[in-house]
Write a protein that binds this ligand. Structure first.
Ligand SMILES: CCCCC/C=C\C/C=C\CCC/C=C/C(=O)SCCNC(=O)CCNC(=O)[C@H](O)C(C)(C)COP(=O)(O)OP(=O)(O)OC[C@H]1O[C@@H](n2cnc3c(N)ncnc32)[C@H](O)[C@@H]1OP(=O)(O)O
Length: 298
């Protein structure tokens, strides 16, 4: 698709990157904001101009796995919203039953060429840079399970509201797949729940039930499932009463050290990922994990 090619082209990526933390000041003309509601196959964006709040509904069956196409679309949607001066808040939620997001699409990392893996990782980085550094108030309305990359997506937001359903879980469970959360996943978690909680959670690849997640601060609030979205909307209204420049500067101050670390090491991080994920032993672990998922289903 043209937009996917555009996003990946060398000419466009720097423009996108340069806007991830100060989007309103350095808007690239490449993606002039579309102010009306837009729909797309994997993500539906509803933007209410009267409130200045956009809602991103992830709708990629069966489990909103973060594939290359999904992430590319997510980045483009974010870019458009970020460049719109009127858009001040973003709620991210899922239209899939029981799942917020199953995390990175394992099939993008299994049996793929190093070039493909590198391209995939670049867009994973891009998603994180854009969301973690967003000028908007971002709220995750977590209405289902949210493992690994799904948890990361939630952690990039400013506030997390999760459905109080013990069938759901959330956490960075990478080690259970035989893989390792990279330093920026780790730091995003440390910045949220502290060093010790992260150390235990990452080594054991823990997936927390909502009540446990609340206890360690991995989520900020639990609400009955049917209220996740309405509470997210109310919370957004509250956050939007804070003077914007003061809130944005504060957010940057808290997050920029971590963001800068990845921004200055992007290429090395891609090389690290590619050499790690294409190892035979790691590929074997991914295959076994996928087989386990299928057996669990049977
Ligand atoms: C020096 C060393 C440095 C190393 C560091 C360098 C680099 C770092 C290296 C690697 C970092 C990688 C980071 C990876 C992050 C990730 O996000 S990996 C993905 C982890 N995700 C999971 O573990 C979740 C797995 N899924 C589930 O647990 C469940 O599917 C569920 C989300 C709880 C939903 O359950 P349910 O509703 O019962 O659905 P099913 O299990 O039946 O699934 C439906 C189909 O979807 C397929 N699927 C599920 N998850 C994924 C996925 N993440 N990717 C692709 N496909 C997925 C599942 O297999 C089913 O498929 P079929 O219908 O059977 O075909």
């Amino acid at each position: 698709m043209a937009w996917r090619a555009a996003l990946r082209s060398k000419a466009v990526i720097p423009a996108l990157l340069s806007c991830s933390s100060h989007g309103r000041l350095c808007a690239s003309p490449t993606f002039i904001t579309q102010r009306n509601n837009s729909t797309s196959p994997k993500i539906k964006v509803d933007y209410d101009q009267t409130t200045g709040v956009a809602v991103m509904h992830m709708q990629s069956p069966p489990v909103n796995s973060l594939s290359l196409d999904f992430l590319t679309e997510l980045c483009i949607s974010l870019e458009k919203l970020e460049m719109d001066k009127g858009c001040r808040g973003l709620i991210i939620t899922s239209n899939q039953p029981k799942v917020f997001s199953a995390g990175l699409d394992i099939l993008e990392m299994y049996g793929k060429s190093p070039e493909h893996c590198g391209e995939f990782w670049k867009v994973v980085q891009e998603m994180w840079l854009k969301l973690y550094g967003s000028n908007m108030v971002t709220i995750a309305a977590i209405n289902g399970s949210s493992p690994a990359g799904g948890c990361l997506l939630s952690l990039t937001c400013d506030y997390r509201i999760m459905a109080d359903n013990p069938l759901y879980s959330i956490g960075l469970n990478e080690t259970q797949l035989g893989i390792v959360a990279p330093f920026w996943f780790k730091e995003t978690m440390v910045n949220t729940v502290g060093h010790r909680n992260t150390e235990v959670a990452l080594q054991l690849g823990l997936l927390y039930k909502p009540a446990e997640a609340l206890k360690i601060g991995l989520v900020d609030q639990l609400v009955p499932e049917d209220q996740v979205f309405s509470v997210a909307t109310q919370t957004m209204t509250k956050w939007l009463t804070i003077p914007e420049h003061a809130r944005q500067i504060t957010k940057s101050m808290m997050r920029n050290p971590t963001i800068d670390k990845l921004r200055t090491n992007r290429e090395a991080d891609i090389q690290n990922f590619v050499s790690f994920i294409t190892k035979e032993s790691i590929q074997k672990s991914l295959r076994m994990y996928m087989e386990m998922l299928k057996q669990r289903k049977a």
